[in-house]
Design a protein around this ligand. Structure first.
Ligand code: NAD
Length: 480
């Protein structure tokens, strides 16, 4: 049993004012493995005050000083990458196959921010003016449970690179991972108050941050519903926001696709992170003329997808993070059946053949519905589990129209044997990022959503500037 009794404020692990306790689980067994004491609105106020005090000095550090700190932050996180990965497997149920590199990637966020900073000029001239980019102030960073260390490090790296100080509210379900990460970050020895971490409930700590007048900006990753509440709650204090929200990403299989590549691509995109991914390609759009061929291959591939112990390197799909998430996914599978979609693979309940110690774990059967119409609930709402829809289309125009017929626009995928064809189609998809033929990631290129998938972008220069306000000086340049 791990007990987490502290929040991190002003450079120290301190006992929170809040006293509500919450159990922490291993989702593979359904057993309690720890307990966290949650912070409250008073802890939030203390953390914000510390970040506010630290801001003037931190915002005046030079670019070179901040680059040096970012390298240090990378090193301290990287040093405990194995422990962080193990905690992700235990507390989140992330498979070792996918979690093995997660902490290293989280640590790299600091190097990416350093690289961005190296090339960035905070001052520029426009005609006779001098425009300088100013850090916004204290930023509130609110993160979900599906990539705890990655989101905290990514957001913190950019906030610090910009010269902002931070209050972090991680998911209350990820406290073991957060504690380890906090210990790493503490090791870096940043000045007190530059970053603070308050474990707490969203409707308590998250809401207090959203309303706090001394927080200039909220950078949030999570559901679209909560993103909207942050937008509303932040209006009175005119909060700047970066909102990274939900998705219902299309995987557009073009008529000329090579199915030997398209099927693994569709499964990699659909089942990544146990299906609990905002960027998961959950709507597979297939040309009617090749539907039967595609479905036959997909069915076999899904039936051979190993689901089970996340510690087993052969496991592709681990458990859902919580009982609530398990029930949510089961509900959507029932809705799909009720709406008349055809089960191609999987279905309700737990998978067969789980080891006895996993019998109470929150495992769902990797499920694919065929014969789905884009108006069905399972094609419109984010399920956040390994449940995919195959939606047939008549011709390419209709395929593109269906791909764009969603309130979301985070990511999309195109599969084709002709790269020029794929590129032309990708250019017509309303999504912040489109992946052609393979899973890829570029941490210096902008990431974020069109439409209700969010506001703003993270990563690279776009992510840095999202923490800066331009100030224009006139009459300041001698002789101009
Ligand atoms: P969530 O929205 O329920 O919670 C996210 C965070 O917000 C948590 O820390 C939670 O405590 C906090 N929160 C909850 N209510 C709040 C409130 N009223 N005010 C302020 N904060 C509040 O999301 P989740 O269930 O943790 O994560 C899954 C969701 O996150 C999915 O919708 C997924 O698509 C989305 N997501 C998006 C991205 C992206 O980059 N776009 C990445 C990962 C996950």
């Amino acid at each position: 049993m791990k007990t987490i009794e502290h929040v991190y404020i002003n450079g120290a692990f301190v006992t929170p004012h809040g006293s509500e306790a919450q159990d922490l689980y291993n989702p593979a067994t359904g057993r309690v493995i720890g307990r966290v004491t949650l912070g409250d609105a008073e802890d939030t106020r203390r953390a914000v005050a510390a970040a506010k005090r630290a801001f003037p000095a931190w915002s005046r550090t030079s670019k070179q000083e901040r680059i040096a700190w970012l390298h240090k932050l990378h090193d301290v996180v990287h040093a405990r990458a194995d422990e962080l990965n193990a905690a992700t497997v235990e507390e989140y149920g992330g498979t070792v196959a996918q979690s093995g590199w997660r902490a290293a990637l989280a640590a790299e966020a600091f190097l990416n921010a350093a690289t961005t900073l190296e090339d960035y000029d905070f001052t520029r001239r426009i005609k006779a003016t001098e425009v300088s980019m100013q850090p916004m102030g204290v930023v509130g960073l609110i993160t979900p449970w599906n990539n705890n260390c990655g989101f905290i490090c990514g957001k913190l790296a950019m906030a610090l690179a910009a010269g902002c100080t931070a209050v972090i509210k991680p998911s209350e379900m990820s406290a073991i991972q957060t504690q380890l990460l906090a210990e790493c970050l503490h090791q870096a020895g940043l000045p007190p108050g530059v970053f603070n971490i308050v474990n707490g409930r969203g409707d308590v700590v998250g809401a207090a941050m959203t309303a706090h007048p001394d927080i200039a900006k909220i950078s949030f990753t999570g559901s679209t519903a909560v993103g909207k509440s942050i937008l509303r709650g932040g209006a009175d204090t005119m909060k700047r926001v970066t909102l990274e929200l939900g998705g219902k990403s299309p995987m557009l299989i073009l008529e000329d696709a090579d199915f030997a590549e398209a099927v693994p691509f569709a499964l990699a995109a659909g089942f990544m992170n146990n299906g609990q991914a905002c960027i998961a390609g959950t709507r597979i759009l297939v040309p009617q003329s090749r539907l039967e061929e595609f479905n036959a291959l997909l069915k076999t591939a899904v039936e051979n997808t190993r689901v089970g112990d996340p510690r087993d390197p052969a496991t592709i799909v681990g458990p859902m993070v919580s009982e609530k998430q398990y029930e949510r996914v089961q509900r959507y599978i029932r809705i799909g059946i009720e709406e008349g979609a055809t089960l191609l693979a999987g279905g309700p309940g737990r998978p067969e053949g789980l080891a006895p110690e996993l019998a109470q774990g929150w495992f769902v059967r990797p499920t694919v519905f065929s014969g789905v119409h884009n108006d069905m609930t399972i094609a419109r709402e984010e399920i956040f589990g390994p449940v995919l829809c195959v939606i047939p289309y008549r011709d390419e125009e209709q395929g593109i129209a269906i791909a764009n017929d969603t309130v979301y626009g985070l990511q999309a995928y195109v599969s084709s044997s002709d790269p020029r064809h794929a590129r032309a189609v990708a250019a017509r998809i309303d999504a912040g990022r489109v992946l052609i033929n393979r899973m890829e990631h570029e941490p210096l290129a902008p990431f974020g959503g069109f439409k209700q998938s969010g506001i703003g972008r993270e990563y690279g220069i776009f992510g840095l500037e999202a923490h800066l306000e331009p100030r224009t000086l006139l009459g300041a340049l001698p002789g101009v």
